[in-house]
Structures are given as structure tokens and as C-alpha cells.
Design a protein around this ligand. Structure first.
Ligand SMILES: [Zn+2]
Length: 388
């Protein structure tokens, strides 16, 4: 996610915080310090309320992090590599590299998050009930308890991209064996849920709760986008089922030698060909990739001194794909990068070609133009961002 910074690792999983999260941290602290704490424990100083509001906000985000860790750890136990967890304005996201291969795995990794939230909520409420009345602690734990339980229940609403939507999808998938139909059903319900949120937000605004209404509407808008994207990805995935990287790749028309300067690259390759990302070769072998982002690291007056080899992303830091790999497995590797191509490399590290977004769009057009049906294959793989 752009605008995110890493705060460390837990069990090898990178934990990131998005800048938007800081906004919500401030808003939540202010809201708790001016409403929840003054009404439940009156008579304290303003600074005490702000302190309590801040602690409660941090603990809530720790709870969200535990929710995401639960998803991520179950995913890893199912053999799915987990890149990172990002906390952002609407909660958390576990960034999985692949999607579950079976309905059972998807069911377990989706339901565990809400379960953890509900358990944290119940435990907080129990501790609040058992501990003799320290009022501040009581107010803090009650807030955490109720909020986590609501969060767990909210996430169980059966519309994609909420966890409940994935649970529903896994149940339909398991019952029918048809992943696409299951995705379609859960994303349609997800869109209905999203529209209900937007409608509720509008009604709240007209009812006078302007901030709350805008917030609810915003969540609805976020859910709507995620559900639509998921639906589209599911359609693309159906279209590419059975297609390999080798069938979709193109020859690398433009390449550059590592010992060329950035100036030679820009004037001799990028401008004449219109390519934005170019594979780099060193003595005929694939050495890395260079794109506009890497070139922009250097001020213009250094372009005639810096070589492509110095500026490129070297091959060992890149995800290369093999020609026999399925296109559906390769596509998620292209998402979220400014680099719009993936190198296709054989076992000896020789560059065979490139997989580019433009090339894939081309492929879609040709298949559609010639009316080539996609080969059906029961229960394939799919790539959907997991949000919670
Ligand atoms: Zn979740």
C-alpha cells in the first residue's frame, strides 16, 4: 500500500502502518477523550481523558493487529506465504501472496479473524467484571470489550470483502465446487451491503450526524470498490484459466546492456520505443530490470555518469516467472508495482520474454475477437486482496 512504513516483524511477517492510520488514531483519541471517558468516569482532568483515549486507541489497534495476525498465521499454516500486515484507516489488511487452494482453507483462515476479535472482546469484559473497581481500567476494558465484539460481528456480515463474505464464498465453493459462482454470489451481496452503508450514511447526514454519516458512507464506498474489484478479478481469472505465462508472454523487444548510462537508456531505448520498464542484460544474460522509478532516483545531471547496472533492480531482488507457470499465479505479482512487466526466465536464468500489462490486455482482445472460449478447469486458483 503506498504511504506505508514498516514498524517491525512478528513471526517473520512485516507489520506496516499506513499514514491514513495516524488520522484515525488522532480522531479516535479525541472522540474517546471527549465522549466515552467523560461520560463513564466523570470528574477527571482533560489530560487524563486524553491519556485514556490514547491508550484505548492503541489497544484497539493492537486488537485489530491480533485479528490480522490470526488470518495470517492460519494462512501460513495452510502453506500460503504472507507478505505483510498493513494497518490503515479502515482497519487492517493481511497481504497474502496467494489465495487458498481449497474451500476448507479459505473457511478457516477467514473465520479465525472475527473469532479472535470476539474472544478478545469477551476476555476484556470478563477481566472488567472480575477486577475490583478501578474505574479507569473498567471504562477502558468495557470499551475494548464492546468494540471488539462489534468488530467481530461486523466482519461476519456475509458480503465480500468482509470476512463473512469470504466465509460465505468458501461455503458455496465447498458445496458446489464452483469458485466463480461462489465469488459472484459473495461479491453481489458485498455490493448490496456497501450500498446499504452508503444509504445509511446519507440518512445519518440528513439526520444531523454529519461526521458519523460521512464516515459510514466512506466505509460503504470502500466496501463497494473492493467488492467490484474482486468481481472483476474473478472474471479475469476465469478468462485466463488454463493459460500459461509462456502463452501470454512477448519477446523482449527492448533490452539494455548493464554498462550503458541512464542517458543512453532514456535517449536510445525508452523514448524511441515508449517502453517504461526494460529488462537489463549483462553479457547476454538477464541481470535485472530498470523502470522510470529507478531512473528518477538520480538527478538529471547524473544521467550521463550512472550506469544502468548501478540503478537497476538486480535479478535476485525480482520475482521472475517461468514459462510453464499459470498466468493466474503470475498476475498478482504485477499488482501494485510501477514496474509494468515481469521477466520470464528459464531455469538457467536466460531471459525468454516479458509479461506485460499491455500484452495481457492485447491477449484479452484477441481471445475476445476470435471468440476463443476459455478452457474450463474445475476449482482453479484465484487472487483476491484480503481485506478485513
Ligand atoms: Zn478479518
Amino acid at each position: 500500500m503506498p504511504g506505508s512504513f514498516s514498524i517491525g516483524r512478528i513471526g517473520g511477517i512485516r507489520i506496516e502502518i499506513n499514514a491514513s492510520w495516524l488520522i484515525i488514531l488522532v480522531l479516535l483519541t479525541i472522540s474517546l477523550a471527549t465522549s466515552w471517558f467523560p461520560t463513564t468516569i466523570p470528574g477527571l482532568r482533560t489530560t487524563a481523558y486524553i491519556g485514556l483515549g490514547f491508550v484505548a486507541s492503541i489497544l484497539l489497534f493492537v486488537s485489530v493487529l491480533l485479528h490480522e495476525l490470526a488470518h495470517s498465521l492460519v494462512a501460513r499454516a495452510k502453506g500460503l506465504p504472507v507478505n505483510s500486515i498493513t494497518l490503515f484507516i479502515f482497519g487492517g489488511v493481511s497481504n497474502l501472496e496467494q489465495e487458498p487452494r481449497t474451500a476448507g482453507a479459505e473457511f478457516q483462515l477467514s473465520i479465525v479473524g472475527p473469532l479472535v476479535s470476539i474472544i478478545i472482546g469477551i476476555v476484556s469484559l470478563l477481566i472488567a467484571a472480575v477486577l475490583p473497581g478501578i474505574r479507569a481500567l473498567d471504562a477502558l476494558l468495557s470499551y475494548l470489550g464492546v468494540t471488539n465484539i462489534l468488530l467481530g460481528i461486523f466482519n461476519l456480515i456475509p458480503g465480500f470483502p468482509l470476512d463473512g463474505g469470504r466465509v460465505l464464498r468458501s461455503i458455496i465453493w465447498g458445496a458446489t465446487g464452483n469458485l466463480r459462482a461462489a465469488t459472484q454470489a459473495s461479491t453481489i451481496i458485498g455490493q448490496i451491503v456497501a450500498y446499504l452503508f452508503i444509504l445509511a450514511g446519507i440518512l445519518e447526514v440528513f439526520g444531523g450526524n454529519i461526521f458519523g454519516g460521512i464516515w459510514i458512507g466512506f466505509i460503504g464506498w470502500f466496501l463497494l470498490n473492493a467488492a467490484r474489484t474482486a468481481n472483476m478479478q474473478s472474471m479475469l481469472e476465469g478468462m485466463f484459466r488454463g493459460v500459461t505465462v509462456g502463452q501470454a508472454m512477448q519477446p523482449a523487444y527492448a533490452t539494455v546492456e548493464a554498462n550503458r548510462t541512464l542517458e543512453q537508456l532514456v535517449d536510445g531505448v525508452l523514448l524511441p520505443t515508449g517502453a517504461r520498464t526494460v529488462p537489463v542484460t549483462q553479457m547476454g544474460r538477464f541481470a535485472g530490470i530498470i523502470s522510470l522509478a529507478e531512473i528518477r532516483h538520480y538527478p538529471r545531471d547524473q544521467w550521463n555518469q550512472v550506469t544502468v547496472g548501478q540503478a537497476m533492480v538486480p535479478a535476485d531482488q525480482l520475482r521472475a516467472v517461468a514459462p510453464g507457470q499459470s498466468l493466474n499465479d503470475a498476475l498478482p505479482l504485477m499488482v501494485g508495482h510501477e514496474r509494468d512487466i515481469l521477466p520470464v526466465v528459464d531455469l538457467d536464468g536466460q531471459l525468454l520474454g516479458i509479461l506485460s500489462r499491455d500484452g495481457i490486455v492485447h491477449l484479452i482482445e484477441i481471445r475476445r475477437g476470435l471468440n476463443i472460449p476459455h478452457p474450463a478447469r474445475a476449482g482453479g486458483d484465484q487472487q483476491l486482496p484480503h481485506a478485513s
